[in-house]
Design a protein around this ligand. Sequence first.
Ligand SMILES: *Cc1c(COP(=O)(O)O)cnc(C)c1O
Length: 427
Amino acid sequence: MNDLAINGGMPIRSKPWLDNFTTGEEEKRAVLEVLDGGYMSLFEGSHFPTPPFRADGGPWVRRFEALAAEMIPSEHVVSVNSASSGLTAAAGAIGIGFGDEMILPCSTMSACPMAAMTYGAVPIFADVDPDTFGISPASIREKISPRTKAIMVVHLFGIPCDMDEIMAIAQEHDLKVIEDCAQAWGATYKGKPVGTFGDIGVFSFNVNKTIQSGEGGFCVTPDSDLAYRMQLIRNHAEAVADGARYDNLVNMVGFNFRMTELVAAVAYEQLKKLGALNEKRMELVGRLSDGLAKFDCIDGPLQRNDRESTYYVYPFKFKSDKLNNKSVQDFVAAINAEGMDFVCGYGRPLYLQSVYQTRTVFKHGYPWAAPENKDSEADYSPGACPVAERMSSSEIVINERVRPPHDTDDIDDMIRAVEKVVCAYSV
Ligand SMILES: *Cc1c(COP(=O)(O)O)cnc(C)c1O
């Protein structure tokens, strides 16, 4: 006990952890090529742009979209300047609005519910599945109402959700499905890539993700009308729709979600590196899972042979009752004192944020206060999603270092740190 670093002993590791940089010479060359050409963007918010400008972007944007369409694979790819923009474009494209509800998991990023609220719809938070950490199909069923228009699925931590059950529910109730794949690059369910089950899938290239371009993202869809609607929404829809003689004007709010040529060039090169980066990540994850398997107090991410997770972060559940009732906070503090940087939980369930507690996104309490939404029975009270609340406050531990440029030595440090703390706290 006394040699624990938290009690003043020598830590297992003093070496710093490495940054998540995935770019190199290829991206540098691509960016220089763009700069040599002069145009950093070739989008124009008009149906009749002045050449060489186009309503669907420049050559790098279109080249990037074509490669992504081939890789995912998907019929249509619409690039955007972030996954948050992509989720907003997706919500707009499916025609969600006042009087509608969107069911989504309560453990996710803030941009997910905001995409629905931007168009006046009410987010309904479902609880999560304790094994996948993603939205629970049983909870979706409980939350369905006559107002439900869509389900937003989030493949959290890179673990695919139970897509068979979710798609069956969607079909039964005629609901649209948007998949947030920001953390799930390359993950598959029954051999099929995430993002290709629902109506629209959304991917992220933000600086923390598996592949990155600073900011950036894209939406995939098999539906040409949805693809076109997202193209309009990303590029000043209301200014373009008339010239395009496009008459489904619902949600044609004119945003600028356009990707620059510079970003597209970086993202294009990053797509080519995804396979190798994921392969290394999976090697590290496998080693960590093997190393942690012997500890009773650690419940590693469930391995199921119906899906391939790509672990944006490595999550495990800490079983306090298997370690003398130590709290997860004390456990993680002792491990981090050994030079690790494990994190407790994955934020609070979103409905506990003050936006939901005060029901105010827009002035006068909209969208909830809108007459069309008055009968919506959104429950944002503490305790609404008990599994997510319990797991986020007392069970989940995540670790984001299971990625290159880290190597097996770094993973072994993690295993040694856990072993040291578990041994000390077992007696
Ligand atoms: C990162 C992330 C987003 C947002 O991605 P951006 O590209 O930063 O807008 C959305 N959802 C999830 C689950 C994410 O992890």
